[in-house]
Design a protein around this ligand. Structure first.
Ligand code: ADP
Length: 218
């Protein structure tokens, strides 16, 4: 995998975790914050750390914000600063800006001003944990952005026959991308594949469509 050039703005708990993890994974990470202590804390854990106020357009331009593959704005509480930093990064040409929002209103504003991805870490992980708790047959979940997911569901007697007859795509809008059975994995199973009790179906689809299927399976 090609290493990415990342700029992380705001080194609170969230920004620090993003910056140090990306660096550990072999990416180039520049980490900035207005607070000198926060910068100091990550100095040895990222490629380069600096004190910088991201609400100042000139400072972002000087650091070459447009040259980073990804800019992560981890300023949470100061919504105005998060908005300005995101707006500056986008207007200076940053190709992909991920911004943290503290609430739904901030999320809507940040999306409107051009953030490519807005996350609400506490809200998003709360939703995910709730899904895991509430769904005992959900073995694992991989979130693909806010709308889609890949999940593993256990087949039962409610879906009998082969994949064509069961027609999960037509009925629920989800696609079966693999079947796990007795330690083996059948990738891209054929339409003729007969489902058996306890098969683990790996499905992809809209999160709400997967929820519908899960409810149907009981
Ligand atoms: P967390 O909940 O992840 O700890 P916070 O909102 O508490 O997030 O932390 C945000 C960080 O962003 C703080 O370290 C703060 O100093 C930094 N920050 C706030 N405003 C700016 C700004 N204009 N430019 C750069 N960093 C900023």
């Amino acid at each position: 995998m090609k290493s990415k050039q990342c700029l992380v703005i705001g080194l609170g708990r969230f920004g620090t975790a993003v910056a140090t993890t990306l660096y550990e994974m072999g990416h180039e990470v520049v980490a900035v914050d207005t607070n000198e202590d926060n910068v100091e804390n990550v100095t040895n854990l990222v490629t380069h750390a600096a004190v910088l106020d991201a609400t100042e357009e000139r400072a972002l331009k000087a650091i070459g914000v447009a040259d980073f593959d990804v800019v992560v704005v981890g300023i949470g509480t100061d919504v105005q600063a998060a908005i300005l930093a995101t707006m500056n990064a986008k207007s200076l040409g940053a190709p992909y800006v991920v911004t943290k929002a503290i609430d739904e209103m901030a999320r809507r504003v940040l999306e409107r001003i051009g953030a490519d991805l807005v996350i609400r870490p506490e809200h998003d992980s709360g939703v995910r944990i709730a899904r895991q708790i509430a769904t005992p047959n959900l073995v694992d979940t991989l979130d693909l952005g806010s709308d889609h997911a890949i999940v593993e569901l256990e087949a039962n007697e409610r879906i009998r026959g082969n994949l064509r007859d069961v027609n999960l795509t037509g009925r629920f809008g989800v696609q079966v991308i693999a079947i796990k059975r007795g330690g083996k994995v059948e990738i891209s199973p054929r339409a003729e594949e007969e489902l058996r009790a306890h098969d683990k179906l790996v499905v992809i689809g809209l999160a709400h469509a997967i929820d519908d299927l899960r409810r149907y399976l009981g």
